[in-house]
Design a protein around this ligand. Sequence first.
Ligand code: AMP
Length: 418
Amino acid sequence: MYKAPRGTVDILPEEQRYWRFVETSAVSLCRLYGYQRLDTPAFEDAQLFTRSIGQGTDIVTKEMYTFEDRSGNVLALRPEGTAPVCRAYLEHGMDNLPQPVKLYYMAAIFRYERPQAGRYRQHYQFGFEAVGDGDPVLDAEIIEMAWKYFETLGIDGLNLYVNSIGCKACRPRYLEELKRYYASHVQGLCADCKSRFDKNPLRLLDCKQSVCYEVTEAAPKSTDYLCRECLVHFESVVGYLEALEIPFELSHRLVRGLDYYTKTVFEIQPPGEGAQSALGGGGRYDDLIDELGGKPTPAIGFASGMERVVLNLKKRKIAVPEPSVPPVFIAYLGNEAKLEAAKLASTLRRREVPAVLATGDRSLKAQLRQANGLGAGYTAIIGENEVKVGKVTLRNMGTGEQETLAPEALIQLLKEIE
Ligand code: AMP
């Protein structure tokens, strides 16, 4: 027997209502803030990601699904959503549009991670990006939008952490300080942090291992090393967030896992859960478009894992809209009746009434059981008698009441119910 590959899941019909709820909430949110949808391919030139995400990051060193196609092109399944948006922004000349260009996506993301609850090798992200503007008011708008997304879904009590990790001008000095500080502690750090110390020192800060925690608490803070421009920007973002009454907490440990971030970074987490529980995060990436061959273009974005949102909705028992069930099941007895039943089903659908036609030659009892299983409100029954008189018996599945109707009257009645 085949199984879904490790780290992947099937989203079964009974779970779809959670997904539709998340999607429709996301679409309404984007409409409210003026973001337009962009869909990009599931795979891209692998270099798009290695250049943007950064050579020292976990995603590039350990997690990318990279492959060579039959023409020798080196491609990678999308391990994150921002770089493809920037690639499309440049490819389609969106830099000529009025800026910022506001885009959103819902897409499958592929990372070869160690699977566990809420962490998969294929997961879906809802993300939005505002490209082409460096105004701190936009940072506040994106953060507010992310916050509002969870509010709309009914997921409350979350923590919002904000930090600034500076820019090309001020970060080197900060990294130097950070390395100087960690140099005397490196022996006591976890194995991952020992290698991060050389490869990606910023990531030392968000290690969740208890052996590293205390060391990190006392580490130098990036916000103490910001250049004038980054400091003004950061203070301005904080000011806007306060004015918008967004409840955030400054966290010097928050750095995010991708290299392209500059200035503002933020993350939203449920209380009391570890790092793997982040419901979403984002930040500014003012150098990314430049890095990908465009002119210097500031931008900011956010992405949230949809599986984790669904898990939270379920855990919190948040009511989501019930799926619509077909209002009518069509049962028959005998071959002649089966032909009439098939014709009735076809007519109903032509008149926009969803209908499910029985199959096979089961007893009426078995057919009614199937109708119940589907949650149908009514069953239209055609037996020998009905065929003779050209009518249909309609059974209300809730009350068990039955009445015999002409097909047109039945269609009218079902149309009203629909
Ligand atoms: P990232 O691009 O790593 O910042 O991820 C953005 C969001 O996607 C995270 O905050 C999570 O909600 C979600 N996410 C990231 N990686 C995974 C994964 N492997 N499985 C499920 N959700 C994930």
